[in-house]
Design a protein. Sequence first.
Length: 489
Amino acid sequence: MEKKINIPALEIKDVGIVKDVKKGIVKIEGLPSCIIGQLLEFSCGLKGMVMGFDKNEVLGLVLGDETRIRTGDTVYGEEGIFNIPVGDGFISRVVNMFCEPKDGKGKIEENDLYPIFRNAPGVLDRTPITEPFFTGLKSIDTTIPLGKGQRELILGDRVTGKSSIVIDAILNQKNKNIICIYCWIGGSESALLKIAQELTQKGAMDYTIIVSASASDSTAEQYLVPYVACSLGEYFMDHGKDVLVAYDNLTRHAWVYREISLLLERPPGREAYPGDIFYVHSQLMERAGRLNQEKGSGSMTFLPIAQTQEGDITGLIPSNLVSMTDGQIYLNTGLFNEGFRPAVDLGLSVSRIGSKVQSEAMKDISKNLKREYAQYKELVSLTTIRTKLSEDIELRLSRGEALRDLFIQDRGRPLSEEEIIVLFYVFDKEHPSILDKAKRERFKEEIFNFLKTEHPQVLENLCTHKMLTEGIKKALDGVIEEFFGKDNA
């Protein structure tokens, strides 16, 4: 009787030898069939990625602690390019660049594998952006409206509240069926811990994923982490869901890529950045958008953050990002120091999607706000040295000051669309009590509780119709008179 011979399956791999390793860059001899972006495995167990090659050697990026690699170590080329696990199990978790858990809550079940470098959806796969995306911030939702699938840059100097805008936008997505992904690039672990605690305390981690590569992690991890966050978002977008991805921040990402490129001996260009820094960020930004019905109608909205130096928005990285996004929110240090927070400079901020994503009610109350605020700022500068002003100028200054106060908003307290509409409807009606600072502050603090307890149907009608119909206007007028009538009783 013949015996069957079991022959073990053969696995064919490209093999190379480490020639040199320095500052996270490894030079390899061999690997004749490698491709850019291919994953490498070192004999010590570390992973790497091919960044370039010529006929003599391959240049790889070490994903981890380079001190574990020695000259002469064996390197294996894995099949395909760098893939990461994705799935619903990642929601409410904190992960690293490999999508491994960092929160100590155990293993995460994956649904699929996605490449971190992926082509952006084509023009025919997309649909125009028509649905609003609400940040919950009055100055943004009224004058710089955003849509689902938009890329809106947030830029400003250090400590001007850039991260706060992103955190408020994430908090505002509660119960809105939007998956939020917060990508932390090159910052401190302690700062990230505070953000994670705030999101947890306010219930936002139930629909949020934090993808982190802190300053203590390798330059390779900091370089790749935005693409990992984007791939996680694409999984949900491909399954018909709406996603928000916030990058904090891409200036640090550019610093890391510059460092890697100089170590790879690529020629520096403007401000010592390599020539392909524009491609690096545009490749990422193009992956946002809204898919058409055939592709599931999912969307991915980007809120990238960039840091400026002393207000210089003409720097290479800020100007690059401005050119590849659909608008920018510029935070002004002077406004921040004056107490105008969020410190949005309405003159330099713009949304290229514009009012076409706003409801009819929001359009009605916000159509003149930006122009009126600009006129107020100009009037303040012209009347600074004057002691006597006409009654008309005094009234316009009082009204401008009221508008400024209405734009001011405490951190961590995003408002619904209905609440914003009510606030600025009263301003648009030129109710005299809104010009009194004490009454105005009480109005801002108490009007919503008053509406919810005494007249909940008004907010419900506004939420349902999204229009300021004659009936809703009449009901609002009655509520306002009743609310301010208490001051005169």
